[in-house]
Design a binder for this molecule. Structure first.
Ligand code: MG
Length: 175
């Protein structure tokens, strides 16, 4: 007779990928509207994201990478964009929840590689601040977080400045 199958041991490493895009719209004058926030840092720009939460595409991609590595439901399933609790919410709360789930599953972040695609403004002045914010949320040293900014060479909606896109790859290690 077949023996009952034992659950396989938790793998030593788990990799996850996250992707997000937000449409950008011109901000009304007088400091109104939703400012462009990326990696937890507010950028000085005349366009802002169309979003239920604060529209931080970078943190959304990182959150989905962590959740994806764990095999957990994605950010849209956990934090519905129809739920008034997340209206204008800082995206920190989404990543904090993903990190809680990661710790409960017995993993920590080995490293994160994040690419943000945005025509303007330039991300280099805030790159260090984004890296530091994300490392803090993940509970890792800044050396474990890489943030790259790229343009879309004026091609398509992202290249025309009408959207921002982010891709994240994370490696989790069993703690
Ligand atoms: Mg999003």
């Amino acid at each position: 007779m077949d023996q009952p199958r034992k659950a396989p041991p938790a793998p030593a490493f788990r990799v996850g990928h996250g992707y997000d895009l937000h449409r950008l719209e011109p901000l009304p004058p007088a400091g109104e509207g939703r400012p462009l926030v990326l990696g937890g840092v507010t950028l000085d720009h005349d366009m802002g994201p169309v979003s239920h939460s604060d529209g931080d595409a970078a943190l959304h991609a990182v959150t989905d990478a962590v959740l994806g590595a764990l095999g957990e439901p994605d950010i849209g399933q956990l934090f519905a964009n129809t739920d008034p609790r997340w209206e204008s919410s800082s995206s920190d709360v989404f990543l904090i929840e993903a990190v809680d789930r990661m710790r409960n599953a017995g993993y920590s972040v080995s490293n994160l590689d994040l690419t943000i695609i945005l025509e303007r403004p330039k991300l280099s002045p805030v790159n260090g601040e984004m890296r530091s914010r994300i490392a803090g949320l993940l509970g890792v040293d800044e050396s474990a977080v890489n943030v790259k900014g790229k343009t879309h060479e004026k091609v398509d909606a992202v290249g025309e400045g009408r959207a921002v896109e982010a891709h994240a790859v994370v490696l989790l290690v069993r703690s």
